[in-house]
Design a protein around this ligand. Structure first.
Ligand code: ACM
Length: 523
């Protein structure tokens, strides 16, 4: 009977017709394997579904990390199922997380689902974690709710074999233009994890606010962090706050990439310490939204003492590999000064054991070996500027792609979008998704493309609801560009999978933009 039911459910899942198990107990079809976002590398539906019940346990074989992922899964499932879901190393019917050698890479996994259980196998804990996100999407959207729901909790039968296209799949949050609390950042981290994003870039300093405590330069946070766009009191992260963000991100298999933007975008630092200014005079704090008016003083030694201290303290707080030094829109720094500054600052990043990331203007200076450049141009950025980036890529600089007219989450969707900006154009959902990182910059070697990142600048973004509205539904599309094989790229198929995410966002309290380009289910 279970086998027959399984195949009927698969037919139902394919959309041919819907069917209940018995007239007395109608059952919903489980979510089809083919509906995951980001699209997995390979999906083979078949066999009976697994049903999570009161007696389900989550089995792990030993390692502390695998147990951590199992506890995360149990915490996710307990409130809505109401089940105990013990994590156990005993053999038990149910869900199993296994670390084993296999062709999974650092982040891939295999998920096998059938009548007797669901097994996720990976070579590393990150793979188990991403497999858990897939399992989560295979369960009904109601699983995301924080109170007991009726179920049934069916997982379609079959196998998903999956690994990412790109190693770097990022999202940036600008916590400078408006400050966001640790709790707000954690909420965003949880949203990112659902779509297998693995890098959280925090834009920690800009003209309007310095957001990270630096013991050797305490006025940066205490004074430089005391404003934001439109006024207000701003805020900053203590070192303990920042460590908590790093810890929480790591528990969701995201690496934190801290950015100190230099030599421009530095008014908050210049306002905090008069000595950093070439004329020795501190400007006032800034609460507007202009760019390009501030610069560190390239000719003063104190500038490099300052940068050394900041990088040393930030590197010591950051277990991740990268330190982002900004370098965009340095319109108040001469080109010669910009090159001098970057020649002196990049080695400081290496001195403290980190790898440089800079906005792509860094390619106009001398990117150090191993540096990554983050491209934020547009389709119609000048051929010369693109050629400069492509040449750097040909010479070994890795690229993170964040084309502003595709993946800047602060761009308005349409003229009527109440939030956001439009300097890079209007970016509807299809436009955001419908490009290929693999052939976006003609001439850049494919090995130079390390991945994609969706920045969210926050001049107009203040609340969680604001973040949700601009990130959803574009963020999952960027995640898919980073994760899924190019062969799966298809807007018409994607928009259907994307639409199927909406009930999950509703259950999670994510207030998304109901783009007319996407066939959303009726509310
Ligand atoms: C940027 O948008 N200025 C990197």
């Amino acid at each position: 009977m279970a086998r027959v039911l399984g195949s009927l459910l698969l037919v139902a899942a394919a959309g041919a017709f819907t069917v209940g198990a018995t007239p007395a107990a109608p059952r919903a079809a489980p979510n089809p394997l083919a509906r995951i976002v980001p699209a997995p590398a390979s999906v083979t539906p078949g066999g009976s579904p697994y049903r999570i019940t009161r007696s389900t346990a989550i089995g792990v074989d030993g390692s502390r990390e695998a147990r951590g992922v199992a506890e995360y899964l149990a915490d996710l499932l307990r409130p809505s199922t109401g089940y105990r879901l013990p994590v156990t190393t005993q053999r038990h019917e149910g869900i199993r997380l296994r670390l084993a050698d296999g062709p999974f890479g650092a982040e891939g996994y295999r998920l096998d689902s059938g009548r007797d259980g669901v097994t996720i196998t990976a070579a590393a804990p990150a793979g188990l974690f991403h497999g858990v996100q897939t399992l989560r999407q295979l369960l009904p959207a109601a699983v995301e709710k924080d109170s007991v729901q009726p179920g049934p909790w069916l997982v379609a039968g079959g196998t998903v074999t999956d690994r990412p296209r790109y190693a770097y799949r990022g999202a940036m949050l600008d916590v400078s233009r408006h400050f966001f609390t640790v709790a707000q950042v954690k909420r965003y981290i949880d949203q990112l994890a659902l779509y297998k994003i693995n890098e959280l870039h925090l834009h920690l300093s800009d003209d309007q606010g310095w957001r990270i405590a630096v013991d050797s330069w305490p006025r940066l946070a205490a004074y430089g962090g005391s404003a934001q766009v439109g006024g207000g009191t701003g805020g900053h992260y203590t070192k303990a706050d920042y460590r908590e963000i790093v810890r929480y991100a790591a528990s969701r298999y995201l690496e934190v990439v801290p950015e100190i933007d230099m030599p421009g975008h530095t008014n908050a630092a210049l306002a905090s310490y008069a000595g950093l200014n070439c004329d020795g005079t501190a400007p006032p704090l800034y609460t507007g939204t202009d760019v390009g008016f501030s610069s560190l003083c390239v000719s003063k030694q104190v500038t490099y003492d300052f940068v050394d201290d900041v990088i040393r303290e930030l590197a010591a707080l950051t277990p991740g590999r990268y330190l982002h030094i900004g370098g965009d829109e340095a319109h108040s720094t001469s080109h010669a000064d910009y090159v001098t500054f970057m020649d002196r600052v990049q080695p400081l990043v290496a001195k403290y054991g980190k790898t440089v990331i800079g906005w792509h203007q860094l390619t106009g200076a001398h990117p150090v070996k191993g540096a990554l450049a983050q491209y934020w141009g547009l389709d119609d950025t000048s051929a010369d500027e693109k050629a400069q980036v492509v040449k750097a890529a040909q010479n070994g600089t890795g690229l993170i792609l964040s084309p502003a007219d595709r993946v800047y989450l602060d761009m308005k969707y349409t003229e009527d979008t109440p939030l956001g900006q439009d300097w890079a154009g209007l970016v509807e959902v299809k436009r955001s998704y419908d490009w290929d990182p693999g052939n976006y910059l003609a001439g850049a070697p494919s090995s130079s493309i390390r991945g994609v990142e969706a920045p969210l600048w926050t001049e107009t973004i203040v609340t969680n609801a604001d973040i949700d509205y601009m990130a959803f539904p574009r963020l999952p599309g960027v995640a898919e560009l980073g994760w899924s094989p190019a062969a799966t790229h298809d807007w018409n198929a994607y928009k259907v999978r994307l639409a199927a995410q909406a009930p999950r966002w509703d259950a999670l309290g994510i207030d998304y933009y109901r783009s007319p380009q996407v066939p959303w289910p009726a509310k």
